[in-house]
Write a protein that binds this ligand. Structure first.
Ligand SMILES: NC(=O)c1ccc[n+]([C@@H]2O[C@H](COP(=O)([O-])OP(=O)(O)OC[C@H]3O[C@@H](n4cnc5c(N)ncnc54)[C@H](O)[C@@H]3O)[C@@H](O)[C@H]2O)c1
Length: 397
């Protein structure tokens, strides 16, 4: 398999995303050849470390120090960040050092935020080992941690010096995590590339086999798309917001599920994308056929589109779905203070490959829609366009 380079330019900062056959050891050589540092601090996800024998590969290599951390949303807290920074400082990190974040989005965000803030910024390399991290969190320069008040509330932009992506890491990823990453891949097609969407929709067999050559092509294409979308809009004032397709409804589900592993991000985004497509269809923005294509493709790929598709509740935790009341949904939507006054900005498909930002949607209307749509059958029946338009409180175009 060839290495597919993706060239990223941000002002005067330039770096490569290398996608391809870089295991078992070439990824390390690439980091060292590009960074030319004498101190490397590998921060490694515990499961990826064990599954790919990463500490053994690093042991004895000159200049590398190793920290192994658990993945999972519960390990992206301020205490985890403080402990990591203290340990990196105690190990002698300096401004020339390179922090190599080797893991999923959690380790990437946490180690990336530590790199962004220690000594006012040290160098960073990203080695994403989950599909979600390969197509999403390692591209774009966002890093951050969670606070008690919500996800990713503390963060910084820190562009890496190189991103190393080998689909071989994905061979050991649990099925649920793999499908969660597929949701973000398909999202990129729905947002801005109909051909890509069609190719993914027809590739259930390649996904099932986790075919490395297919995944390398798909991930590289997706990284190029994300880089193109965030290019010139690093701080999310315009086009970058399109990446939030499925996220407004998805975040409500995640908030009510409670980030305890009952529901993972990509699963919430899958249901959120189906809901947003249906919301758009109910307002005559996209035809019913378009919504059906989206929902069918997600289904065919095993990505959840409704509550019935989601995993059973965790033992001993009760069913979080019972918390989906009108008041709770609205409260979760209004967590973003701006939404209370200016309305929500929803990202909605006008067609497959053509999503648009729709500002000024009243949270109450979106919440009522969500409750009703979730209560519908698992088939996500698509109501014919009603011709109903936004009420006069809405400020959308
Ligand atoms: N910075 C961004 O732009 C951005 C974008 C999207 C999501 N995120 C963040 O990403 C996080 C989610 O990332 P994630 O889905 O990768 O979760 P994660 O990092 O928790 O990884 C998921 C699980 O997979 C395990 N794992 C990782 N690599 C493995 C491998 N190769 N084999 C077997 N198991 C492996 C982890 O230990 C964990 O249990 C969230 O915190 C989210 O906020 C950030």
């Amino acid at each position: 398999m060839n290495i597919l380079p993706v060239d990223i330019r941000r002002g005067d900062h330039h770096y490569d995303i290398l996608v391809g056959d870089l295991l078992p050891g070439r990824w390390l050589e690439e980091i060292e050849a590009r960074a030319k540092s004498d101190k490397y601090f590998a921060v490694i996800d515990a499961r990826a470390a064990a599954a790919h024998d990463i500490p053994a590969r690093l042991a004895g290599r000159r200049g590398w120090r190793i920290t192994v951390l658990p993945g999972g949303e519960d390990h992206k807290k301020i205490a985890d960040y403080a402990a990591l920074c203290e340990s990196l400082i105690a190990d002698g990190v300096d401004r020339r050092s390179v922090v190599a974040a080797i893991g999923g989005g959690v380790v990437g965000d946490l180690a990336g935020f530590a790199a962004a803030t220690i000594l006012r910024g040290v160098r960073l390399a990203q080695v994403p080992t989950t599909l979600l991290a390969q197509v999403d969190s390692s591209v774009g320069g966002k890093t951050g941690i969670n606070l008690a008040g919500g996800k990713n509330l503390l963060g910084a932009f820190q562009q890496p010096e190189v991103v190393i992506i080998d689909p071989g890491f994905l061979a050991t990823l649990p099925e649920r995590e793999f499908r969660a990453g597929m949701a973000e891949l398909v999202k990129h097609g729905i947002i801005a590339d109909q051909d890509f969407f069609d190719r993914l929709a027809a590739s259930a067999g390649f996904f099932a086999k986790r075919d490395p050559a297919f995944l390398a092509e798909a991930v590289a294409h997706s990284c190029r798309m994300k880089a193109d979308i965030v290019g010139g809009d690093e701080r999310e004032s315009g086009r970058r917001a399109l990446l939030n397709y499925g996220h407004t409804f998805g975040h409500v589900l995640e908030t009510l599920a409670g980030y305890d592993g009952s529901l993972i991000h990509g699963e919430a985004v899958g249901v959120g994308m189906a809901l947003a497509a249906k919301f758009a269809a109910d307002r005559g923005m996209i035809g019913r056929n378009g919504v059906q294509r989206i929902v069918l493709a997600l289904r065919r790929l095993g990505i959840p589109v409704c509550l019935d598709d989601l995993p059973q509740p965790l033992e001993g935790r009760g069913d979080w779905r019972k918390r989906l009341t009108a008041d709770a949904i609205l409260a979760a939507m209004l967590k973003d203070k701006k939404a209370a006054s200016a309305g929500l900005t929803l990202i909605l498909p006008a067609d497959i490959g053509d999503c648009r930002a729709r500002p000024g949607v009243p949270a109450a209307a979106a919440a009522a829609f969500m409750l009703e749509a979730l209560a519908e059958s698992g088939e996500m029946a698509v109501a014919p366009p009603t011709g109903r338009r936004y009420n006069n409180k809405e400020t959308g175009p």
